[in-house]
Design a protein around this ligand. Structure first.
Ligand code: IVH
Length: 667
């Protein structure tokens, strides 16, 4: 290396080290020593240098915490030693029994317990070589898991480089803080996509995404609590190990307690049973570990759990209340769901008034009746569930709930769509409840965004027979609207202008508004960006859909199935005939790629393929799927497929990600 280059490398190394020090102070010690602005300045400086000198790239650079990277799939990796789980206990008797066994085996030797909180997340293993993070693995089946290295790299509090050059493997828990969970579900609700049931599911879902940037966006966090082969590092107890972790730069959960007796263990568990809701993350119990490693061998392990530790779980918070009435609600796809109205009770921090009874199988199995006294609890401390009915408290006034024989709304026929389904649906394609739900989704803010067309007007318009299907919206006339109660000239004009204006919406709004199964705002945008035109999307095969980022086989099948439905095809034709735009516009920013055709292959560090396609198209270029003589450039990322070979055969110029970035930066 010549001298100036060496200086650059030193500067990059120093910046990385300094930023890592600040990350440690902020995330682990919770004592930031610089202002946000100074931190941002350092970060930007490093980012600029790294972009300029890609030869000094390092996958563990602190800048990677924010960089996007889409992986192609998950590799299976064997665990170095199996990841065991723990036996569960739920009460004092069980914990005394555990203690009795430990004391019997250890005889007269003195020992203590270290009590830790049991973080309700997803467990993982992480390997470091000479202090550098090299691999992260999910628990999987305990024997082998999935390679989640890139996901873990993006957890801001996780040290990609240790403060000492140790080679070791740690285990811990990845979790989503309650605040991030609430924010994500709020957003999902707005987007009309299924909510995560609890923070653990949300964390697991995030780790399954191929787009690793989601980890940073959804603010996952981690604690480590277990070290493989601790004696190798001169550690004799779990207490010392947790201190060792802290010295190395890991985040450890601070509320641990060293207990000399089983009474103290029970007191710890009782304390946290009461205080758990005040923590910023979910816990589902305490983990009780013999503190001294010297006794582990004699305590041994069964095939699935060690005998030196046990999980002491919290009971779910439960309350009794009464089912006041049961409503049958009809959803967009006709599914009829029984919903219980409850006498209000406060439970784990909120007042519960309603609980879904899911379906009629569930009602029958649990024998839940209207008027029953029932036990409710919150699943994952979030969604209220009826656990059981208290039949001893029945007075004879309760009514058994039968599946409806006709649709509670349109009185049309009901049945199952497929034999194996538990859901009972209204089979009338013209059912007004289904139509109303579809209309609401169509007009919603994220959909066609027709302001003023809310639940109330949709109800009126459907009841008056003015709306029988989606396209009727574009057939509404001034006179018809004026004849409705509380509708003046002004509001009619405003509504008609809104409806007319919605015809110009880009395709992704139409796709969101159609309420295609599994398609929320994000997927609608992806579909629109990729296909540009409803007519191309309609004829896309499931394989083509599957090729898009974020669309798996199940989603692809659902979307494909939707467009195959003749009733859907008719509605779409009608909507198009009414003059509704079915194309996604490309906003043109330059013509620099005019006349050039690109093919994109492989994965990229700083872009998704869709983003690259967008950039090319915005600048006047074309992107095609396969390499041919007409291809001007192959834009190639990591792990390219057969397209790279084809390009080599045809002598097509190949551009790397670094070259592409340079190309863009210089203009
Ligand atoms: S120790 C050999 N400590 O609970 C087992 N586990 O049911 C070492 N967990 O799979 C596990 N917090 O995912 C341990 N402080 C903690 C924990 C903890 C959460 C999870 C972990 C484990 C499961 C056991």
């Amino acid at each position: 290396m010549d001298q100036p280059m060496e200086r650059v490398k030193t500067e990059i190394d120093q910046l990385r080290e300094e930023i890592e020090r600040h990350n440690y102070a902020y995330h682990v010690l919770a004592h930031p020593v610089v202002s946000d602005k100074d931190y941002d300045d350092l970060f930007r400086k490093l980012l600029t240098l790294e972009r300029k000198y890609p030869q000094f790239d390092d996958p563990n650079s602190p800048t990677r915490k924010v960089g996007a990277l889409v992986i192609e799939g998950f590799q299976t990796v064997p665990h170095s030693i199996p990841m065991l789980s723990l036996d569960n206990t739920y009460n004092e008797t069980d914990i005394r029994e555990f203690h009795g066994r430990v004391a019997r085996i250890l005889g007269k030797v003195p020992f203590s317990y270290l009590c830790e909180l049991k973080i309700d997340g997803v467990s993982f293993a992480a390997r470091f070589e000479a202090g550098v993070f090299v691999r992260g693995i999910s628990r999987g089946n305990g024997v082998e898991g999935e390679d989640i290295t890139e996901h873990i790299r993006r957890i801001s509090s996780f040290p990609n480089r240790l403060r000492r050059p140790e080679t070791l493997e740690v285990r811990g828990e990845i979790y989503m803080p309650k605040s991030s969970f609430a924010a994500i579900n709020e957003q999902r609700e707005e987007e009309g996509i299924a909510l995560f049931a609890n923070p653990r599911n949300a964390a697991a879902g995030t780790l399954r995404q191929l787009d690793t940037a989601a980890v940073a966006k959804r603010r996952l966090d981690s604690f480590v609590y277990h070290l493989l082969d601790p004696m190798r590092y001169g550690l004799k107890t779990q207490t010392e190990t947790l201190d060792f972790f802290k010295e190395l730069g890991f985040k450890t959960e601070p509320h641990r307690a060293l207990c000399a007796s089983v009474e103290e263990v029970i007191a710890y568990w009782q304390l946290w049973t009461a205080k758990r809701h005040g923590l910023p993350f979910d816990i589902d119990g305490a983990v009780i570990k013999v503190n001294e490693f010297g006794w582990y061998e004699s305590l041994g392990a069964t095939s699935h759990s060690p005998r030196w530790a046990i999980a002491f779980k919290f009971p779910a918070e439960q309350k009794e209340t009464r089912v006041l009435s049961v409503e049958y609600s009809v959803g967009r796809t006709g599914v009829i769901t029984p919903v219980a109205n409850l006498a209000p009770v406060s439970l784990a921090g909120t007042t519960v008034r309603r609980a879904s009874l899911h379906n009629f199988e569930y009602v029958r199995e649990k024998d839940i009746r209207s008027g029953d006294t029932v036990v409710v609890e919150k699943a994952g401390d979030i969604i209220p569930q009826i656990v059981r009915s208290v039949s001893e408290k029945r007075g004879g006034q309760e009514t058994i709930l039968f599946p409806p024989e006709k649709c509670p709304v349109c009185l049309g026929p009901v049945g199952k769509e497929r034999e194996e389904e538990v859901a009972i649906r209204c089979l009338n394609p013209l059912c007004s409840a289904k139509l109303k739900r579809s209309m609401e989704i169509f007009a919603s803010r994220q959909g066609m965004n027709i302001e003023g067309l809310g639940e109330r007007w949709i109800h009126e318009l459907v009841e008056r027979g003015l709306l029988k299907e989606l396209s009727d919206l574009y057939r509404l006339e001034r006179q018809q609207l004026l004849a409705m109660p509380r509708m003046g000239e002004k509001s009619v004009l405003r509504l008609l202008t809104e409806i007319e204006g919605s015809k110009k919406n880009p395709l992704h709004r139409l796709l969101t508004g159609l309420g295609i199964p599994t398609v929320g705002v994000k997927t609608a945008k992806e579909l629109a960006a990729a296909f540009k035109d409803l007519n191309r999307l309609k004829t896309a095969t499931a394989e083509e859909l599957c090729r898009l980022d974020g669309i798996g086989a199940e989603m692809a099948a659902a979307i494909h199935g939707y467009f195959q439905n003749p009733a859907v095809q008719r509605v779409l034709d009608e909507i198009e005939a009414m003059g509704v735009n079915t194309k996604e516009p490309i906003e043109q920013v330059s013509e620099r790629f005019k006349g050039l055709t690109f093919v994109i292959t492989g994965t990229f560090e700083h872009f998704t393929r869709e983003e690259l396609r967008g950039l090319i198209e915005k600048n006047g270029g074309k992107v095609s799927e396969s390499v041919s003589k007409k291809t001007n450039y192959l834009l190639m990322g990591e792990n390219p497929g057969s397209k790279a070979q084809k390009a080599a055969q045809l002598n097509t110029p190949i551009i790397s990600e670094a070259q592409w970035q340079k190309w863009f930066d210089q203009e």
